[in-house]
Design a protein around this ligand. Structure first.
Ligand SMILES: CC(C)(COP(=O)(O)OP(=O)(O)OC[C@H]1O[C@@H](n2cnc3c(N)ncnc32)[C@H](O)[C@@H]1OP(=O)(O)O)[C@@H](O)C(=O)NCCC(=O)NCCS
Length: 360
């Protein structure tokens, strides 16, 4: 490994850190060929334009609550704390199909956490980084000792399998971290923002109320102006990354890992060039096997990199995400210090009824 400059290695920010990490990937693997049975496309087009080769789609029994709770239990175990020490549960999701109650309250109960604060947030694909900012500030402020942050998505349920602009893009899964107290800052200040004038670029095709008004109306799904989102990301994300590095007082050369939202391999490639990342900085590329899992993509990629040994436990990582809104968020963190093993195989319960709305 090449020598790294010492300057900019001392992360400034909250006295909070990521203590534990856990993920869940659904049991069903879906190839590009399978997706192309419903759209006029090809494995080659999908791989070259997006970088995606495979994605996982949840079976009916792999509900958002099940996937979130499984990832959460793994994160709590990895953190080495008892679940009774979780003071707050935050869930980031856009695919929990109940308006209320929050998914967080159900997950807290399911994992046996005794009466923690619990709430959901909606920040699309940037939701993990948004939630991490909240969790970090809650711990630093003393509002919570340990915060369990979970990102979970079942976007297969909100994807139109016949829309060639989106059918190949999204995957399902869950990723969770435990944020707890630290002797030195482990989570840098967030760089975040929104631009609601771009709210139509990634949108739900219709409101749920359309189904009440016209029962034969199409099931709402994700619509996206991919080219526009791509252009926006290419122009705006570099400065957000620089802002996150600046706020953390970390130089780009000090990064052990770069973990951008896994939206498109070409966006990642462009950021690597624009940020002039050093050769020793590992770059997340798990879109290849997971697709775009929205808010889950950052913790999933983190797990992949730590388990594969491409990123060192306790190393410095720049997280960077963006999504529907449009919204964006990024921060520098210290990766969990404990060794991380490969994600466990899916454990879908065979006959649990679906608890999150209608499955097509
Ligand atoms: C979706 C994405 C992969 C499409 O790649 P692209 O290179 O931008 O492709 P375009 O949308 O410009 O379309 C190029 C051509 O391919 C066609 N095309 C679109 N989807 C296709 C598909 N699945 N298979 C084959 N052709 C397709 C288009 O119709 C277009 O044809 P035309 O030139 O004859 O009009 C890319 O735009 C992307 O990743 N955007 C960002 C998505 C994103 O970040 N979303 C964030 C969610 S948080």
């Amino acid at each position: 490994m090449s020598a790294r400059p010492a300057a900019g290695k001392a992360l400034t920010g909250a006295a909070a850190q990521v203590l534990g990490l856990g993920t869940y990937l659904p049991s069903r693997t879906v190839t590009n060929e399978m997706v192309c049975e419903r759209i006029d496309s090809s494995d080659e087009w999908i791989r070259t334009r997006s970088g995606i080769r495979l994605r996982h789609w949840a079976e009916p029994s792999e509900t958002v609550e099940f996937m979130a709770a499984t990832a959460a239990e793994r994160a709590v175990e990895h953190a080495g704390i008892g679940v009774d020490r979780v003071d707050c549960v935050i869930v980031s999701t856009v695919s929990h199909l109940h308006q209320f109650p929050s998914l967080a309250a159900g997950v807290a109960d399911r994992i046996g956490a005794p009466a923690p604060g619990a709430f959901d947030i909606s920040a699309g694909c940037a939701g993990f980084c948004y939630g991490l900012a909240l969790a970090s500030d809650m711990v630093a402020a003393g509002s919570a000792g340990h915060v369990l942050l979970i990102a979970v998505e079942r976007l297969s349920e909100l994807t139109d399998p016949e829309d060639k602009a989106t059918a190949f893009l999204f995957g399902d899964g869950a990723g969770a971290v435990v944020v707890g107290p630290a002797e030195r800052p482990g989570i840098g200040p967030v760089a975040w923002g929104s631009d609601g004038s771009q709210k139509e670029t990634i949108r739900q095709t219709s409101a749920w109320s359309a189904l009440r008004e016209t029962p034969e109306a199409p099931w709402p799904s994700i619509a996206m102006d991919g080219r526009e989102v791509f252009r926006w990301a290419a122009y705006h994300l570099g400065p957000v990354a620089q802002q996150a590095l600046g706020r953390a007082g970390v130089s780009v050369d000090a990064l052990d890992a770069f973990i951008p939202h896994q939206a498109n391999m070409r966006i990642t490639d462009q950021l690597v060039t624009e940020l002039k990342l050093s050769g020793h900085t590992a770059v997340a590329r798990s879109i290849e096997t997971h697709g775009n899992t929205s808010a889950v993509s950052v913790p999933l990629a983190m797990q992949d990199m730590l388990a594969a040994g491409t990123a060192p436990p306790g190393g410095l990582a720049l997280l960077l995400s963006f999504g529907t809104g449009l919204v964006w968020a990024g921060q520098v963190i210290r990766l969990p210090a404990r060794p991380v093993s490969a994600p466990e195989p899916a454990t879908a319960p065979p006959s649990t009824p679906v608890d999150t709305g209608t499955v097509r």
